[in-house]
Design a protein. Structure first.
Length: 38
C-alpha cells in the first residue's frame, strides 16, 4: 500500500461504560451473557 510504519498513528479513547449503551440500556447496567476480551 505504500504506507510506512512511522506514518501510522493509533489513538484509543477509553469511554466509561456509562457513556455507551446497547439496545437502549446504559453499558454500566448491562449483564452480558458472553465474555468480552480486551
Amino acid at each position: 500500500m505504500g504506507i510506512e510504519p512511522q506514518d501510522i498513528e493509533i489513538t484509543l479513547f477509553e469511554t466509561p461504560m456509562s457513556n455507551w449503551g446497547i439496545q437502549g440500556m446504559p453499558g454500566d447496567e448491562l449483564a452480558l451473557n458472553y465474555k468480552v476480551k480486551i
